[in-house]
Design a protein around this ligand. Structure first.
Ligand code: PMT
Length: 486
């Protein structure tokens, strides 16, 4: 006991200066990093190979070098317990992880670990292709369960093992899901153990596609994805970025933590049943002439994540989307628009009967005063562009006779975030405002993750860096709280 107290003192001495913040989530990240890093140093101290854990690098080097073996073990134990409490979102879930063939199969190792950290029991099924990239032994060691690789395993199938496994799963996640696997799933084939299990199970299925960007964009793949989505399969990702083949584009498997967050988000309590939620997302494009426009960097991901989270909480969701290339979240009605004027019209016509409006769209504040009907030529074009203000849709909805019971705006700021956000909360007479810093890499516009602070009269809440799906789930929880109090 004295040893554990000593450990906690050491960690508490280190954590605050390292964290630079007091919020739960930040504290969790720090503690997770601390825990993993201490495990790392412990593993080194007893002469084992280092524990593979990226957060390990966060440990202040002083602690890493001075931490004695027993101290490290106890610290690791204490903080692992803290981590388990913090992230047991998937507690009690039995996740069947399918791994198909692709270079991203190596990420399955970390995924198994993250799923277990989140409280899930994990069993792995690998396709023949997956076994060319990662061994069953690795995934068996990490999952703590035997890995199944074949439908023709005589011992397992003596007791109809595939049916038992199909019934055991409360969730099926296939990551990575190759183009071939998506095609076989879409066709309802049962030509190996994994596809057979998917046909034989009633558990919700999620897939994390991973493939070369051209393969992902191919009409055949997109048609299969469309079929799967229409069948209720959750498509997680893919992410965009550098690919193993050397190309850059959409097709990378989403990171393991993003997948775990997304899976956790599907377990949200149905707090918005019989509620109608209106969401705006994406940029608006303000045309200058038939080929040019004024736009912004919004990808629509934040707003789409909010619409998805609200639908998962049981709401009837209408999503008014600016020009983005994102798939419609399942169960959401979508209206596509281009300009601020079109967005205003669509939002106002959808307004009657809504319980909440969430304005995540980056609506243009200005538009060209005139739109040229023909392409403006270099020679005869004006050297300056005359702009006029667009209508502030959020402010208009706030003073509308059909104002919803909950009005949640967003503030995208590069500096003085709190001051400007609170100013908008007041000036636009909102119930809440979600303030995010933009102009920094990895959050805000066109990123998979975000970090924001939510302000309302009488309170505030911080959402530290996490996937937009996870942050959206938190914001939707706040909307549900607000509506319950009304
Ligand atoms: O789309 P992503 O790539 O995922 O990026 C997410 C995001 C950064 C766009 C999102 O998180 C966000 O901050 N959205 C609001 C962006 C914005 O326009 O902020 P603003 O501070 O300029 O506007 C304040 C609020 O007024 C917003 O709710 C906006 O929707 C609304 N507004 C603004 C102008 C206008 N003419 N009409 C409006 O309704």
């Amino acid at each position: 006991m004295a040893l554990i107290q000593q450990c906690l003192r050491v960690c508490n001495d280190v954590a605050p200066s390292w964290a630079g913040g007091q919020e739960d989530r930040q504290e969790f990240c720090v503690r997770e990093g601390l825990c993993a890093a201490v495990e790392q140093s412990f593993a080194w101290a007893v002469g084992q190979r280092p524990v593979i854990e990226s957060h390990g690098a966060m440990l202040p080097s002083a602690l890493a070098t001075v931490c004695p073996k027993r101290l490290a073990l106890a610290v690791s134990f204490c903080f692992r317990k803290s981590v388990e409490r913090s992230v047991a979102a998937l507690h009690g879930q039995r996740v069947l992880l399918g791994v198909s063939g692709g270079i991203a199969a190596y990420k399955a190792a970390e995924l198994v670990r993250r799923l277990r950290d989140a409280g899930a029991e994990v069993r792995v099924v690998m396709t023949a292709g997956a076994q060319r990239f990662i061994t069953a032994l690795t995934l068996q060691a990490l999952s703590g369960n035997p890995v199944r690789t074949s439908l023709w395993d005589e011992a397992a199938e003596a007791a109809m093992g595939h049916i038992e496994l199909a019934r055991w799963a409360t969730r099926i996640l296939i990551a990575p899901a190759s183009a071939d696997l998506l095609a076989r799933l879409a066709l309802g084939r049962a030509d190996d153990l994994l596809t057979t299990l998917c046909l034989a199970s009633e558990a919700p299925l999620a897939v994390a596609p991973a493939m070369n960007r051209v393969m992902w964009a191919h009409p055949a793949t997109q048609a299969h994805v469309g079929t799967l989505r229409a069948r209720g399969v959750e498509i997680l990702g893919p992410a965009s970025g550098e690919q193993a083949c050397g190309e850059t584009g959409e097709g990378r498997m989403s990171e393991p933590q993003v997948l775990v967050d997304a899976l956790s988000a599907t377990l949200v309590p149905q707090r918005l049943v019989s509620k109608r939620i209106l969401v705006s997302a994406g940029p608006t494009f303000e045309d200058i002439d038939p080929v040019r426009f004024l736009g912004n960097r919004s990808s629509g991901r934040m707003g789409f994540a909010l619409a998805a989270a609200a639908a998962k909480a049981g709401a009837e969701v209408t999503l008014v989307a600016g020009p983005v290339r994102l798939a419609t979240p399942s169960g959401v009605s979508r209206i596509d628009v281009r300009s601020a004027a079109q967005m205003r019209e669509a939002l106002l016509s959808a307004l009657p009967g809504q319980h909440a409006y969430i304005g995540a769209a980056a609506v243009a504040d200005y538009r060209p005063a005139e739109i040229a009907t023909q392409k403006i030529k270099k020679g005869d074009g004006p050297s300056s562009l005359v702009l006029e203000r667009t209508v502030d849709i959020l402010a208009e909805i706030a003073s509308h006779p059909q104002r919803p019971a909950c009005l949640l705006g967003f503030a995208a700021e590069t500096h003085d975030v709190e001051t400007y956000a609170r100013g908008k909360l007041e000036a636009k007479r909102l119930d809440g405002i979600a303030a995010n810093r933009v102009g920094v890499p990895g959050q805000g516009f066109d990123a998979d993750e975000n970090a924001l602070k939510l302000y309302w009269n009488g309170g505030q809440r911080e959402y530290a860096t996490a996937s937009k799906a996870a942050i959206a789930a938190g914001l939707i929880d706040w909307v549900a709280d607000w509506l319950e109090r009304k």
